[in-house]
Design a protein around this ligand. Sequence first.
Ligand code: SF4
Length: 283
Amino acid sequence: MSSLRKIPCGTIRDTVERLFLEASTDLGKDVLGAIRKAASAEKTDLGRFALERIIENARVAREECLPLCQDTGMAVVFLEIGQDVHVTGGNLHDAVQEGVRRAYRKGHLRKSICDPLNRLNTGDNTPAVIHTEVIPGNRIRIMVIPKGGGSENMSSVSMLLPAAGIEGIRKLIVNKVSEAGPNPCPPTIVGVGIGGTIEQAALLAKKALLRPLGRRNRRDRRLAKLEAETLKEINNLGIGPQGYGGKTTSLAVHVEMMPCHIASLPVAINIQCHAARHKEAVI
Ligand code: SF4
């Protein structure tokens, strides 16, 4: 058992600020490595051209501290909070929102959040979407995803009939990516959440995007197989990088699963564009 540890709100705020600034300008090595590999394997000239521009864009963003994309996303924050942590000096959620506010101001990142009905911009890219989970220990793990709107728009939750089974899920994933076409800015990463309730499936799909790119599901061989098979099928669709045609429509399919009600089979698909920004820290 760990001893009680105090973590000031200021540390949380500053960490969130740093992570969003880094994520917005520095594409992770796993993503860049996958795009480089795809570029060397891509058969079509236009597809290869698009992948090379994405690689060049990532270099310029990193070297000049510029956003990877004009769409700097909705701020999504996952917090794994050790049950032996005592947050001091304020309110945890306020600290996260302030970190987001500061990052978007300091990094000159586009403010993309608005009232859903009158479309008035909130002006500082808040509120962030915050997911919290209490875990053993006395640390806080903070994971951030600035999530682009174009790829989020192509995401969905389907309540399949239980009899649809893994074959129905496979067809659903491939159909959804096919219907999305070039809209989610491919090459994409396809996060899939199976089971739970409607909101839990969506959360699993989003969490699947946090997995290091291309690492197969290690807990369930059926899911690892599903990931490999659907990726192959998706890359045979011919959508290609940025929709220019080619074999690189997705870089990976990540599937997470949990048990569900005997009457249900929820399946959520969360599509992530090639600007697959995510960073994390443990404090
Ligand atoms: S979906 Fe991604 S790549 Fe496309 S505009 Fe939005 S953030 Fe940029």
